[in-house]
Design a protein around this ligand. Sequence first.
Ligand SMILES: [Zn+2]
Length: 475
Amino acid sequence: MMQTIPLYQTTGISGFRITRIRTVARSGKATEIKGQDECAKAVRREERLSRRGCGGRRQMVITIERRHAVCPDCGSTKAKYYKAGVRLIQCQGFGRLKAFVEVAVHHIYCPECRSMSYEHLEFLTNPRARITRALEKEIVEKRRKMSITDVADDLGVSRQVVREAEIRALELKYRRVPLKGVRRIGIDEVYVFHEERGGRQFITVVRDLDTGRVLNVSRGKGEDALKMFASRLRRSGVAAEIECVAMDMANAFANFVRHSLPDALVVFDHFHVVKMINDIINKIRRAAMAKINAETRQALKELNLSKEERNVAKKLEKKIKDRQEKAKDVLKGNMKLPLMNKEDLEKDPKAKAKLAKMLEEYSDLGKAYLLKEELRSIYANAKTPVAAKALLEAWIAKARASDVGHLETMANTMEKNLEGVLGFWRFPGATNAKTEGFNNKIRWLVKQAYGYRDYRYFRLKVLDLPNLKPRESDY
Ligand SMILES: [Zn+2]
């Protein structure tokens, strides 16, 4: 049989020879291809048809057979091959013309070493693969720059095949994430699965703060979510080398650190501390809104009581309405104001005036706002742990004296975790500063719609996230 096309160069298959090439139409009608000319003609024809939008009706089928039928165990040439079936496996196409290799698979019996086995096809990544290793490789390479749909269209495979190829490649890549050399880690829980309940709404991500690598992704939150990671730490014996762990002050991972990393210092990140006071500001603002509503309701109740004095009531009603509107105007629609940073406000005099009014009328909010700015200033200006400690202690005293419940609670939390907060100055590298950006990327992944339906894929994509360009769209 003449070699019509070079098998290895076009399909990445070696050790086999071509016995027959044909194109098969959708109707099942086969046309034999005898020489290179006919082959090129078929490819050009498909190209032409695709341009007109009616391609894909023909496929090329390349029948191949093994060159040397030897025993896979001892290499004996006396091995007997018994045909067990025929498989059709998609390989890289020729331009727009899809191509498949047709290959018989065998039971093998070797009289020399008396072994029985089933033929293994070396050009597949796994026994059940529907595409060749070379095509799989091409899919994975293209997937780095293209969406699933685009890769599927380009290579003439289904989206499912693209997904499976990518999953296999990622699984191979992240089967073992080495922990050697890791010194500083950050642990964070990310709220991603809104449809779920309780802990299942979260994933817990462990990252190497020095390299940005993702070391572990697991479902759930708290110590439970880190069970597997804890046992990996034990087995790899690197626990003693880890100096510090950055996390938020919610302390959900305190037990994990105590049990698995007793020598590591917990560092509470700047980003989490500022987020904590921002959350407080939101709570206070919401409480103020609720109070206004309650007051209005109360006033209306009293209005009903003095029903007989209609004129007075009407006046009252108007007064209440005015007051309500005024108060709501100040708070509503200005939700973001107290969260804005001083520098940004300087650029926006209108917002600045609005905020000043808001803070004057609602003193709790004013106190929280000032304390937030002070905290930010400490992070920006304190240069040494000693200086930071003095400033933070003064801050805690002020927060405690604020007479605002939430701020007092935060003061206690800060005092209890002061060593961890100071870790920001002791370990300048141990910051989750990039965490917020990373968490946004995770949420973006979820939006690409594969997060929820296919957790296995999602988890692999999170592990691979540091290598992903942020502006990829359409999955
Ligand atoms: Zn043998």
